[in-house]
Ligand binder design. Structure first.
Ligand code: GLC
Length: 431
């Protein structure tokens, strides 16, 4: 009897041990955790790429969704950044100095030849004290969306200057609003006005494209917020919202709570003549069921007369956590996402602009997306955010947006007191 009991106990022990060991095996299987954004086609594109890699490598990947706005995304990442919770992050191209300590130096994982295909400006944006913190997943720079059907209807020329925007808007708004039977307003321009990174990018582009205006640092690198050109740029947007001696308001104040997606939706509904936004919106606006399909084009941002268009550089990049427990696999996946074939797939299928020069000039891609070749030159003018000059660019960018906000909503059209105040606040935030 007791022998039987011993035998049963032995069998139970063997079965449990077997279960434990096989369970252990499953735990040890590589399972990467990655965090990616979901604006427009972002999530669809990345899942498609990751599925190909999973199939080829036999590895497992948990794709976690990042929140939309870039500022809230940074907040979402903060609790994870100093842990091994995530192996790969999708990061903003303006974030390098803020994440430099917690990301792998990609020089250790990519050869010089592998890196040479990427645009040098983007490699610079990803480099902090010689450390290459990220590589570009796709590139953006602020552009102007134009309803060409309406410009044609009223025989107006394509705007080149900021003043053209106000002039055309006033004419078209007047006519179109008179025709609208439902009385919903038609506006001249929509843009990301919420005081977050989006509004900061709009402001930097507007300031840098005005005479004696700049990216808040002057030519010798000194903080110079209260310059003549910057004041012009701020009051130009004040007039868009409040009107001035020559023109009526060309947008409602509701735009001050718009993000890139709310601006895109307003333009897509057909409620505005112009939009300032990133290139990702083009593919969505051109979808078969879009009310503005075939009725718009995307051109470079205007500038003040005699000045150059100066759009801010944006886009998304990918980085590997220094705390990753699976660095080899994570780097392997990163290389797959950035490979020539995968970057061409993203461009061909979703119109994402690659940071790889060889993809932009590819003949096969040119057949489907003829514009890509010209992009290789077009974003040469794009300006980087002055992120590396601040302890925390996210806070400085927010300050810039919120200070402009208070001014735009106030009664006085004079921006100078706000610019002076902002100068002193930003000077306490420098590195
Ligand atoms: C876009 C850009 C990004 C920028 C953000 C701000 O996602 O790609 O660089 O910071 O918009 O709105």
């Amino acid at each position: 009897m007791s022998k039987k009991i011993y035998a049963v106990i032995a069998v139970v022990i063997v079965v449990c041990l077997g279960f434990f060991l096989s369970h252990q095996g499953a735990e040890e299987e590589t399972r990467l955790n990655v965090m990616f954004g979901g604006v427009g086609y972002e999530f669809e594109a990345i899942n498609k790429q990751i599925d190909v890699w999973k199939e080829a490598s036999g590895e497992n990947v948990q794709v976690n969704a990042a929140v939309r706005g870039t500022d809230s995304r940074l907040q979402q990442y903060l609790p994870h950044l100093q842990t091994s919770a995530m192996d790969i992050y999708q990061v903003d191209v303006g974030w390098a100095p803020m994440i430099a300590d917690v990301m792998e130096d990609l020089h250790d994982h990519f050869t010089k030849e592998e890196l040479a295909v990427f645009h040098p400006g983007l490699l610079r944006a990803g480099t902090v004290n010689g450390k290459l913190v990220f590589l570009p997943l796709y590139v953006q720079w602020l552009r102007l969306y134009v309803r060409t059907d309406l410009l044609d209807k009223y025989q107006l020329p394509m705007p080149k200057t900021w003043e053209d925007i106000q002039k055309c808007s006033a004419i078209v708004m007047d006519k179109e609003n008179a025709l609208r039977s439902d009385k919903s307003p038609f506006w001249g321009i929509v843009f990301m006005g919420q005081p977050y990174e989006g509004a900061a990018c709009i402001l930097l582009s507007a300031m840098a494209s005005h005479t004696k205006g700049h990216n808040i640092f002057d030519a010798s690198g000194d903080l110079a917020v209260n310059s003549e050109g910057n004041a012009h740029a701020w009051s130009m947007i004040y007039s868009w919202l409040n009107g001035d001696a020559n023109y009526p308001p060309i947008v409602q104040k509701g735009v001050l709570s718009y993000t890139q997606e709310s601006a895109r939706q307003a333009f897509q509904r057909g409620d505005a003549l112009f939009m300032l936004n990133w290139p990702y919106a083009e593919e969505l606006l051109d979808a078969p069921d879009s009310p503005v399909k075939g009725k718009f084009i995307v051109v470079e941002l205007p500038a003040q007369k005699g000045m150059e268009s100066s759009p801010v550089l944006g886009g998304a990049a990918v980085a590997v956590s220094v705390y990753s427990q699976h660095k080899k696999e994570a780097v392997n996946l990163l290389k797959h996402l950035l490979s020539f074939e995968e970057q061409r797939m993203r461009a061909e299928r979703y119109n994402y602009i690659s940071g790889r020069h060889d993809v932009l000039i590819d003949e096969q891609l040119a057949k489907k997306r003829p514009c890509m070749k010209s992009y290789a030159r077009a974003w040469g003018n794009a300006i980087a955010r002055p992120a590396s000059r601040f302890k925390k660019w996210s806070a400085a960018g927010f300050k810039l947006g919120s200070s402009a906000h208070t001014y735009w909503q106030g009664k006085s059209p004079d921006p100078v007191p706000f610019l002076k105040q902002l100068h002193s606040e930003l000077s306490n935030m420098l590195v």
